[in-house]
Design a protein around this ligand. Structure first.
Ligand code: ADP
Ligand code: MG
Length: 493
């Protein structure tokens, strides 16, 4: 016996069983076809040489419930436990989708089916009188409660102390403390200052998250922590705290990849990450282009910055223009009143010769230098300098190169989906141009809400929950901070 996902090729076999079992009440082939192909429906077949039964589940993302739509076994193969095997597959699928309850309707006169569902833990919650026509048989409505793992996530890779709590795919708390203000006078994140700030903020932020979720540590099923990439000293504080929580409360711990966490954040926004997707992650510390075919098992780095990160470039250019840290929002504001075409700044790694080795890599140091030269030249020669024009032209160059490469990646890999993440996603021009260009290219654009785009603990908890839901083993306590952790390593052991 083999149970696997149904495909369109199985449609003829499905319709034969359907007609044999239900006669005139059988579904139409067109309805069955759209059920098998639907985005929110999940159909499985049980095979013994050929197809001998099938079952379907429907679950709309973000509703946190699933409905069993049908379970059908060919007459020749009934009473062999195949119905039970299919029902168990549907429940497992519902669990993996993040459902907290599974519902179904069953004919009140179908005693074997009712007995099977009761064995699986379903209980009757309602009755629909004379639901089945023309027979006039009642329908019993049954429900199965599913416990989804409650995971507390710890993020400390840069200047945000983030503690998030999720239940399966559901966001329960997202507490954050940022040490950004403490770095302002240095014009960038100072690793030692960030580490020290994490130490001070950790305990109060954990307490805030638990309060927000109205939970105590005993309610938590597992701890997740980002162990890289990021600032080693900063990561160590989060890892130390997470290990202490895990040991003191006897909870399993999962060490997860910070960058993949950014992709996982979309689970909390839309109930699931639709895959495959290209992901563009742009922050003060990272500029990475990923191809995600599977969140837990197949993440590929297509390219990254070879010098400054995108956010870092905004911060450095802001300094050149005499604007305070963080520079991103300042430049964004100033650029609104400038002309983006006033100055043609270079687009890094965009020449034909770069396409061989660096097609999907980024470089912002040349752009930063070009802006600095432009400003120096104007000052030296006492020429008029329009700071809004410089800001707008710089912003245009940065946004252009980010989106051109991201959209090229979508086309090259035939993935019509782009997910954005990281603090630079706040940029107004980036958001506007991403929307426009993706629309033109027929690409589905996903931008999670801003509190899930910037570094946060909820995305770490979410990735941890995905690992728990997939039945992965926890990490051993031996893992450490890995400041250059590769994206292919979703979990460290
Ligand atoms: P990290 O913690 O890795 O430094 P964050 O995700 O916290 O990164 O994002 C902070 C970065 O985002 C800073 O470099 C900041 O300048 C940049 N940023 C914030 N808002 C904007 C904006 N509107 N435009 C461009 N960059 C921005
Ligand atoms: Mg930050």
């Amino acid at each position: 016996m083999e149970i696997k996902k149904l495909s369109q090729h199985d449609l003829v076999a499905v319709m034969e069983i359907e007609a044999d079992l239900f006669g005139t009440e059988a579904w139409l082939e067109t309805s069955m076809k759209s059920e098998i192909n639907g985005d929110f429906t999940h159909y499985f077949g049980v095979f013994q040489e050929g197809l001998v039964g099938y079952a379907g589940l429907s679950s709309v993302p973000n509703t946190f419930v699933s409905d069993i739509q049908t379970i059908a076994i060919a007459k020749s193969h009934q009473a062999q436990g195949l119905g039970r095997a299919l029902a168990e597959s549907l429940v497992a699928k519902a669990r993996a989708l993040g459902s907290e309850a599974v519902f179904l309707e069953v004919r009140a006169d179908n005693e074997p089916a009712i007995a099977l569902y009761e064995k699986l833990g379903f209980t009757q919650i309602d009755i629909r009188k004379k639901y089945y026509q023309p027979s006039g048989v009642d329908a019993l409505v049954m429900r199965l409660e599913v416990h989804q793992p409650i995971v507390l996530g710890v993020e400390s890779s840069c200047d945000e102390t983030g503690i998030g709590i999720v239940k399966g795919n559901r966001l329960l708390a997202n507490a954050l403390h940022s040490s950004m203000d403490e770095h302002a006078k240095f014009g960038g994140v100072v690793p030692e200052v960030a580490a020290r700030a994490h130490l001070e903020a950790m305990q109060p932020t954990i307490e805030r998250a638990l309060k927000e979720a109205q939970l105590s540590m005993t309610d938590i099923d597992a701890i997740a922590v980002a162990n890289g990439p990021g600032l080693a000293g900063a990561l160590m504080v989060g890892i130390g705290a997470a290990k202490a929580l895990a040991i003191a409360n006897d909870k399993p711990i999962y060490a997860v990849n910070h960058l993949v966490g950014h992709v996982g954040a979309d689970v909390l926004e839309s109930g699931s990450v639709t895959l495959p997707t290209i992901a563009l992650l742009v922050s003060g510390g990272h500029t990475s282009l990923l191809l995600v075919r599977d969140l837990l098992d197949d993440v590929e780095l297509l390219g990254e910055t070879i010098d400054d990160a995108a956010g870092e470039a905004f911060d450095k250019v802001a300094r050149v223009l005499g604007l305070p840290y963080p520079g991103g929002p300042e430049i964004d504001k100033l650029a609104e009143t400038g002309d983006p075409k006033a100055i043609r700044f270079p687009r890094g790694l965009s020449l034909p010769k770069d396409m061989v080795k660096h097609r999907f890599d980024f470089s912002f140091s040349g752009l930063k230098t070009a802006v600095a030269r432009h400003v120096e030249k104007a000052e030296d020669q006492q020429l008029p300098l329009s700071k809004p024009d410089v800001a707008a032209s710089f912003r245009e160059a940065a946004v252009d190169v980010l989106l051109t490469k991201a959209i090229n990646a979508c086309e090259r890999y035939e993935v019509k989906r782009l997910l954005l993440g990281g603090g630079v996603v706040a940029n107004a021009r980036l958001r506007q141009q991403a929307k426009l260009r993706c629309e033109v290219a027929g690409i589905d654009l996903r931008i999670p809400r801003f509190s899930l785009c910037t570094d946060n603990g909820a995305m770490i908890a979410s990735l941890g929950a995905q690992l728990v839901m997939a039945g992965r083993e926890p990490s051993s306590l031996g893992f450490g901070a890995e400041s250059t952790l590769e994206v292919t390593k979703v979990q460290s052991h």
